[in-house]
Design a protein around this ligand. Structure first.
Ligand SMILES: [Zn+2]
Ligand SMILES: [Zn+2]
Length: 349
């Protein structure tokens, strides 16, 4: 039997979200039915619900920061049992056979990973995300949320957590390394916690000093305003790694000037217009300008385990279903510290 699930959907691009019901598929042998407890609101949900990233599937049920408990399992599922605490992030399937899937980097599957929402499964069915009371997901794309992290503060880790954990690991954030996090928003605030827990010395680079106290509380040793030009002189040649979480135009050359020789600047934010830089900003210092896209499922599990070990969750503001449209406005205005999480029990209640 398929499951009728309460959900919050955008009926069309830019239309206000509204409560509705959707069908979740019958459990296949390798499927897990999850009672969702909390769903984070990621900025990319808003871009997609507003049709700002091109072709999109409507009605759309956004949400790829999902935390809940297992309600039922298919006949072939051995990893999970009813009652287990679990999470789902940005993808729900991949081919499982290509080089990238075999290397635990399913996000780069050559057949294309199946996105948690606004995607089409290999069965041809549209996918619907976490703003819902239930979801059915293939077991290999479910992660375990360890005891010791609340499901509410864990939900945003499934996107914001892995998106920042993966590049910090790839580029060696750790003891003796100086890491700058650009932007203290949904991604940035988790990045500061993670980099500090990894043992790096963390500096926040934010437009203004407005959130300075928060930055220090989250684990940053220093906090500088990028609106102040002196910042770029004071910090010249300072960092091993700059993690850029902002989706806006930035003077790339000025930021590259903050790197030590051999340092790297990694982008996880994506501005609408191309960024430009002078090649000499890289050449004169063997520097790297890079990107990073979420992380594979194994690495997502590693991130959740790391967060449990270090007591890391997102800083959240919990909202009910009725507040989602207001929350979208506030995220678009950067007016949230630092992630909205929907209490999904309020959907259809
Ligand atoms: Zn996201
Ligand atoms: Zn693949």
């Amino acid at each position: 039997m398929s499951t009728t699930a309460h959900a919050i959907a955008a009926p069309g691009p830019g239309a206000p979200l509204e409560q509705t019901t959707i069908q979740r598929r019958d459990l296949r042998p390798d499927d897990v039915l999850i009672d969702i407890a909390y769903a984070g609101i990621c900025h990319s949900d808003i871009h997609q619900a507003r049709g700002e990233w091109g072709e999109a599937i409507f009605p759309m049920v956004p949400g790829h920061e999902i935390a809940g408990t297992v309600a039922a399992v298919g006949s072939a599922v051995t990893e999970y049992q009813v009652g287990d605490r679990v999470g789902v992030g940005c993808m729900v399937d991949s081919c499982g056979e290509c080089d990238y899937c075999l290397a635990d980097t399913e996000q780069f599957c050559v057949k294309g990973n199946v996105q948690t929402y606004n995607g089409v499964g290999f069965d041809g069915e549209n996918t619907y995300g976490g703003y819902s009371r239930q979801v059915v997901v293939k077991d290999a794309f479910v992660c375990r949320i360890p005891e010791g992290i609340g499901l509410d503060v864990a939900a945003p880790l499934l996107c914001a957590g892995i998106t920042t954990y993966s590049p910090l690991r790839q580029w060696g954030a750790g003891p003796g390394k100086k890491v700058a996090v650009v932007g203290l928003g949904g991604l940035g605030h988790v990045a500061v916690k993670l980099a500090a827990a990894m043992g790096a010395e963390v500096t926040v680079l934010s437009q203004s000093l407005k959130k300075q106290e928060d930055g220090k509380r989250l684990g940053a040793a220093e906090y500088h305003a990028t609106a102040d030009e002196a910042t770029f002189d004071v910090l010249r040649g300072r960092f091993d790694l700059i993690l850029n979480t902002v989706s806006a135009q930035i003077p790339v050359d000025a930021y590259l000037g903050l790197l030590r020789v051999g340092g790297a600047m990694v982008n996880v934010g994506a501005p609408g217009e191309p960024l430009s830089y002078n090649a000499f900003s890289l050449i004169a210092g063997n520097k790297a300008l890079a990107g990073s896209m979420i992380g594979g499922i194994a690495e997502t599990q590693e991130m959740l385990d790391f967060c449990a070990e270090h007591g890391i969750g997102a800083d959240i503001e919990t909202i009910s279903a009725a507040d989602v449209n207001d929350a979208y406005e506030r995220v678009a205005a950067s007016d949230v510290r630092y992630r909205f999480v929907i209490d999904t029990a309020t959907i259809g209640a």
